[in-house]
Write a protein that binds this ligand. Structure first.
Ligand SMILES: *Cc1c(COP(=O)(O)O)cnc(C)c1O
Length: 414
């Protein structure tokens, strides 16, 4: 039987080849294609965030405005919130602006159990002409996407999100005081919303933005802070997630911070490794100005982005302005590792010129001293001074761009 079948198969096989030249489409149906081309895969791409689909439901009970001087950071919120839901089968849903309200979530929702949460911190400012401005929002959205990707939450179009935040911020503009130093703190947040205790990638997520009017960090001018170098706990480590804005990174920082405060310091300074590399201060990046021991040249130094340092937008702005305006005056602007030992030596030789933290909340936060191994390292300020020259200049330069006095591409008019 087999011998008979084989010759019958052979002519069919050649017949299979022959019409191929004439009608390839019909023939390919016969051959099952198991793998799909990259183009076919991208056709099934999920819906991205679409600002043109925004649905706005305004509040019927607008909140009374607080007096500017009574504003406390992160305590009062505006009338509305922006929400966008995502699920893994269709992607991002229509964006909504609704009255500010509670979220209703099943107790098994993954955010409560495995910390599927990341966030951003940015501000909106009112300029002299009454226009609302964001400061380098592209940087925040880029970082937000990096954070969410690291915890298996979805990504989105940065430009679409900036457009939505701009619309939301404009709607809440009555909450932004006109005076210099005031702004609207924006908190974009993303959480995994799948309800299951199984540890896996969330099949659904919620992105929301809430907004809180805030006053100047230092209402009566700079107040230099004192730090305690933490030697018993580590904030971030190589290969870890300290360079992402994940909620899970922040709760463990409170105890060391509270310890420092209990001993009379305003913040703790995070070190890393046996070398005691200086990394960050509280939730700010850290800068020091030192006179180089060999050359006597002024150096503005901050830790490099080696995975243990949060990529601060303020850090980047300080570096950029320093390269633009301090370097021509002979300053050397350096991103490198430096140790507590090095700071102590510079301080004792009178070469530590100043030190400051840098972050969105305060822009810069001058540092008077660091308690380290039972001694006090003085950071260069005289007793009557609350800020060094570089910190003061940086605050003014950055503020000028945030409020649109110094027209610059960093400022985004809503
Ligand atoms: C947010 C944050 C900063 C500062 O970032 P900015 O973008 O400048 O506000 C620095 N360090 C940590 C750990 C942070 O969470």
């Amino acid at each position: 039987m087999m011998r008979q079948l084989l010759p019958r198969c052979a002519p069919r096989a050649s017949a299979f080849v022959a019409p191929r030249r004439a009608s390839p489409l019909g023939l390919f149906q016969a051959a099952r294609q198991y793998s799909i081309s990259p183009e076919a895969a991208s056709e099934t791409k999920l819906q991205d965030i679409d600002p043109s689909q925004l649905v706005i439901q305004k509040t019927s009970a607008p909140k009374p405005l607080k007096k500017s001087e009574d504003l406390v950071f992160g305590r009062n919120f505006t009338d509305h919130m922006l929400t966008i839901e995502w699920n893994k089968t269709t992607g991002w849903q229509k964006p909504h602006i609704t009255p500010y309200q509670n979220l209703s979530l099943d107790p098994a929702t993954c955010v409560f159990h495995y910390a599927f949460e990341c966030f951003e911190g940015m501000k909106a400012y009112k300029d002299k002409a009454g226009q609302i401005r964001l400061f380098r929002p592209d940087k925040n959205m880029e970082r937000f996407n990096k954070s969410s990707a690291r915890i298996a939450l979805p990504n989105f179009s940065s430009t679409a999100m900036i457009d939505l935040i701009a619309q939301f911020t404009k709607l809440e503009s009555r909450f932004i005081p006109e005076e210099r130093g005031y702004s609207l703190y924006l908190r974009p947040t993303m959480i995994g919303t799948q309800k299951t205790l199984g540890v896996g990638p969330p099949g659904s997520a919620l992105l929301f933005v809430i907004a809180s009017p805030v006053g100047p960090y230092y209402p009566t001018g700079f107040k230099a802070i004192s730090l305690e170098a933490t030697d018993y706990a580590v904030r971030a480590w190589p290969g870890g997630v300290g360079d992402k804005k994940l909620g899970a990174n922040y709760a463990p920082c409170i105890v060391p911070q509270r310890e420092a405060m209990s001993r009379g310091f305003q913040q703790n300074l995070w070190l890393f490794g046996e070398e005691e590399f200086v990394t960050e201060v509280g939730t700010m990046n850290f800068f020091v100005a030192i006179k180089n021991k060999q050359t006597g040249q002024n150096e503005l130094i901050t830790a490099p982005l080696d995975g243990t340092i949060l990529e601060g937008v303020t850090r980047d702005s300080v570096l950029s302005l320093a390269r633009e305006r301090l370097a021509p005056q002979g300053w050397n602007i350096v991103e490198r590792k430096y140790t507590m030992q090095e700071l102590d030596e510079a301080a004792s030789e009178g070469r530590l010129v100043e030190a400051f933290g840098a972050g969105t909340a305060a822009i810069v936060s001058p540092v008077r001293s660091i308690s380290w191994k039972g001694k006090m390292v003085h950071c260069g300020l005289k007793d009557h001074e609350e800020s060094g020259e570089i910190a003061t200049k940086m605050k003014n330069w950055i503020e000028a761009r945030q409020y649109g006095d110094d027209a610059h591409e960093w400022s985004y008019v809503c």
